[in-house]
Design a protein around this ligand. Structure first.
Ligand SMILES: [Zn+2]
Ligand SMILES: [Zn+2]
Length: 430
């Protein structure tokens, strides 16, 4: 509750933004103050009613209703449960897209908030809670606010703005589905912007040119041994011991077989399943994990080494290993020209934490499905409570993940200004 009270002062605006001499930036700033209470209310409502990937029916209905009430052209469904709003400005100009993802995660919320999620569901055969543990509730509310501000400025907007509300970012291919459904076409956008809440100084904007977020590839290894009694392992082949060796062997790929000075890489085994009793050696073990990389050649090399390591260690123990890689992940790359062009906007619209060029982040996104088609810029919005150490804050996907709502006005301000500034200066970027 104490946290909540601190958040109510969120519409306090920095002097530099209020004092801008640019009429469009000034208008965004004035309208921001009026729209923020709604953004907070939407965010809390969506937070309390989280929906898993491709099940965002309530959320997309809320979005659609809002966009229609604003009088925008609306396309829905786009990419199964996605929604697109189109704002055609009163002045000629290019087309820009803004993207917010909408899905939640099978995580049971442990944050004590008045609008805490109590939603439960069945996931992978187990009953779990559903929580906006990645903060996408904030992204939806921010973009709804941006749509409201820019629609009110319609006669003065030099071009077209597409608002993309995307489903299923968390691994199920929502961005790909939207692109396949033509979300970037008719009219064709020439650039796209997106943001993500993350632990960081409150209201800071953080990004880097080039590779920003890692490619995430799924990893599954099935180790097949031979079942036997736990008291006589020599009569079978123990897949648990073999799997243990494989887990350790995989760790030597990142630490001993790649040039860590060239680009970072992570291999994680996040789940091991095998056996159901202490004195029975099971027949097989299944492991699943994730591979994070920044360099395409290194990514291919790691895939080969993972396969070789698992198969050869299994063979040494008399077992077999089948390695399945799900290699649909893409590196989130910020277009260098667009990054340089928009840096002044990010610098001007950042909150107290400022704009920071940061190192690569091992987290992953499906935003690059859009930037395969057109240049894009993705940035992180620092959302840790004031006075806290962001490094000690629970990360995205934690049941304790917490977003300080003081970050939201910075999210709205930055996205709205990026859209307007891009439309005004697009010529040099395309
Ligand atoms: Zn996530
Ligand atoms: Zn996310």
């Amino acid at each position: 509750m104490r946290r909540l009270l601190a958040l109510l002062a969120l519409t306090t605006l920095p002097v530099h933004a209020q004092g801008s001499t640019d009429p469009l930036a000034r208008e965004i700033e004035q309208r921001l103050e009026q729209v923020m209470p709604k953004v907070i209310a939407w965010r809390r409502d969506i937070h309390q009613h989280p929906e898993l990937s491709f099940e965002e029916k309530r959320t997309s209905a809320l979005v659609e209703k809002h966009l229609r009430a604003l009088g925008l052209e609306v396309q829905a469904p786009v990419g199964k449960t996605g929604v697109v709003g189109i704002l055609r400005g009163g002045r000629p100009g290019p087309v820009v897209a803004l993207r917010a993802d909408m899905d939640a995660l099978p995580v049971t919320e442990l944050v004590d908030l008045p609008f805490k999620s109590t939603v439960r569901t069945m996931y992978n055969g187990m009953e779990v809670g559903v929580m906006h543990a990645c903060g996408h509730d904030n992204h939806v509310a921010i973009l709804m606010g941006v749509a409201e501000i820019l629609t009110a400025m319609k006669p003065r907007i030099p071009g077209t703005i597409k608002f993309l509300f995307q489903p299923a970012e968390e691994g199920l291919g929502g961005a790909k589905a939207m692109v396949a459904d033509g979300a970037l076409m008719n009219p064709k956008a020439s650039a796209i912007f997106g943001l993500h809440v993350m632990p960081g100084p409150l209201g800071s904007l953080n990004a880097r040119p080039g590779g920003f977020l890692a490619a995430a590839d799924g990893l599954e290894i099935i180790v097949k041994g031979r079942q036997t009694h736990g008291s006589s392992p020599w009569l079978g082949v123990d897949p648990i011991v073999v799997s243990s060796q494989i887990v350790l062997g995989l760790q030597t790929i990142a630490s001993r077989q790649i040039n860590v000075a060239a680009a970072p890489a992570v291999i994680t085994v996040g789940m091991i399943q095998g056996g159901n009793r202490g004195n029975i050696i099971p027949d097989s073990v299944v492991m699943i994990g994730t591979i994070r990389t920044f360099d395409p050649a290194m990514r291919t090399l790691i895939h080969e080494r993972v396969k070789r390591t698992a198969e050869d260690i299994a063979r040494a123990g008399g077992a077999t290993a089948v390695v399945n890689l799900q290699t649909s992940g893409l590196i989130t790359v910020n277009d260098n020209t667009l990054f340089d062009k928009m840096t002044p906007t990010l610098r001007r619209t950042a909150g107290e934490g400022g704009f920071n060029v940061v190192g690569p982040v091992m987290g992953s996104e499906d935003f690059p499905e859009f930037t395969r088609e057109i240049p894009g810029l993705f940035y992180a919005l620092g959302s840790s409570p004031k006075g806290s150490d962001p490094a000690k804050q629970p990360a995205n996907h934690s049941p304790l993940f917490f977003v300080d709502e003081g970050a939201l006005p910075v999210g709205v301000r930055s996205l709205a200004n990026l859209a307007v500034d891009y439309l005004r200066t697009a010529g040099a970027v395309q």
